[in-house]
Design a protein around this ligand. Structure first.
Ligand SMILES: [Mg+2]
Length: 414
């Protein structure tokens, strides 16, 4: 039986706007919209007061002004936000070293081992709220979800709004799930949501009625079981501590483009290109990873999403698929920079060989491609998606971040 864990999901309320209100008391209690420093077209965040007037993140300034003409527009200041995040995480870390920074305004804390030292989980939750006010700023507030896994902690937190707190025990799991929207759940992008929609599955009870083989045949061997578990509030994924993430080996590639990329296909090809390189690096190290991260940057637009998967991958196409899902919420105008990370790497030999014949065939194909590329040079063969583009090749210096590794590899494979 799964041992009972206790996980907190802490989420700062309306973070960017609240941070501005914290810094400038004149903004407090007023509808505030945060805009990019340049290209002031849409709101990247809104204050609690603006939300009450129906002004949402992503709205154009024009639309927002129709709702409330006197909305105060403030340019984003990421240095300020990162400073607050740093202080916020430092508070959270004192309750357990197993603290995962999920985004600038969210973290997961696994307090299973440390809970008793601090007088129980409720005490920890109230202390975090209090210390946020006393140590970061009196205007700061957060919502906290507490449960036995990450999925439920995060979902719970999303149900309580401003300054909320919720504890979900095992008995109330279905009741809570059925109050949540299926879309917007951790790791489920719009694409998957649409696919579910076409099958008539638009809420948790309907998803729970789907047998596992049905889900696998429609969504494949990864998303099928994932959805099956999701419907039941089952999530065994660990909270990744600060330290373990930093220690974990990773491969990746960042690239700054020579011009702004506006077209979806261009951006996707760039992502695919970098995914192929990161995955090829992992394969040459005879490793596979299950932590995928992607960063996109346009003007002032910092976009960073990541996911910890339950299975390991080393195929550029799989990596690309995950990255596409992670970028579904990206609303930038154009891309100037892209970074891909594959980490939490483990040795391929530790992993089971694929069961499905289609997966085996795919692995053999990739293996053959790697062999050709080793002899004829990187990207002698490449996915058709990259046809007709200027392929970005691995940088000669810092290949793998470790040249001796490549030399050793060439020797051992000769
Ligand atoms: Mg938040």
């Amino acid at each position: 039986m799964e041992s009972q864990r206790i996980i907190l999901h802490v989420d700062l309320n309306s973070f960017f706007a609240t941070a501005e209100q914290q810094a400038n008391p004149k903004l407090r209690g007023k509808p505030v919209g945060i805009i990019k420093a340049t290209g002031r077209t849409c709101l990247i965040a809104t204050s609690v007061e603006a939300k009450k007037l129906g002004i949402k993140t992503g709205m154009s300034v024009h639309e927002a002004k129709k709702n409330y003409a006197k909305i105060i527009l403030v340019p984003a200041d990421f240095d300020k936000y990162e400073d607050i995040t740093f202080r916020f995480i430092n508070i959270c870390k004192t309750y357990s070293p197993v603290c995962e920074v999920f985004s600038l305004d969210e973290c997961f804390i696994d307090i299973t081992e440390s809970e008793r030292l601090f007088g129980g989980f409720l005490n920890i939750a109230f202390e975090i709220k209090e210390r946020l006010r006393s140590e970061v700023g009196e205007w700061m507030s957060c919502s906290i979800g507490i449960s036995h896994n990450r999925l439920l902690a995060k979902l719970g937190g999303s149900l309580v709004k401003y300054d909320g707190l919720i504890y979900i025990d095992k008995k109330s799991v279905f009741e809570v799930l059925d109050k949540c929207e299926l879309t917007g759940v951790l790791g489920l992008g719009h694409g998957l949501g649409r696919h579910l929609g076409t099958l008539g599955i638009d809420n948790f009870p309907k998803l729970r009625n789907c047998p596992l083989p049905y889900l696998i045949s429609n969504f494949g061997p990864f998303w099928g079981p994932h959805l099956y578990n999701l419907a039941r509030g089952i999530d065994g994924s660990p909270v990744n501590s600060f330290h373990s993430l930093a220690d974990a080996k990773s491969v990746g590639r960042t690239y700054t483009t020579h011009r702004n990329l506006y077209k979806k296909e261009e951006i996707e090809r760039l992502i695919r290109n970098l995914c192929e390189e990161a995955a090829a690096k992992a394969r040459r190290m005879k490793m596979a990873g299950r932590y995928v991260g992607i960063a996109l940057r346009g003007a002032e637009n910092h976009f960073w999403r990541h996911i910890t998967l339950k299975h390991y991958l080393d195929d550029g196409r799989d990596l690309f698929d995950i990255c596409l899902r992670l970028t579904e919420t990206w609303r930038g105008e154009y891309v100037r920079f892209c970074g891909i990370t594959l980490s939490m790497l483990t040795k391929k030999e530790y992993l089971p060989t694929p069961l499905l014949s289609s997966d085996l065939r795919r692995e053999k194909l990739i293996d053959a491609m790697d062999k050709v590329n080793l002899v004829w040079g990187d990207y002698a063969v490449y996915p058709a998606q990259l046809l007709g583009t200027n392929i970005i090749r691995p940088e000669v210096n810092g290949y793998f971040g470790d040249k001796t590794f490549r030399l050793n590899f060439l020797r051992s494979s000769g």
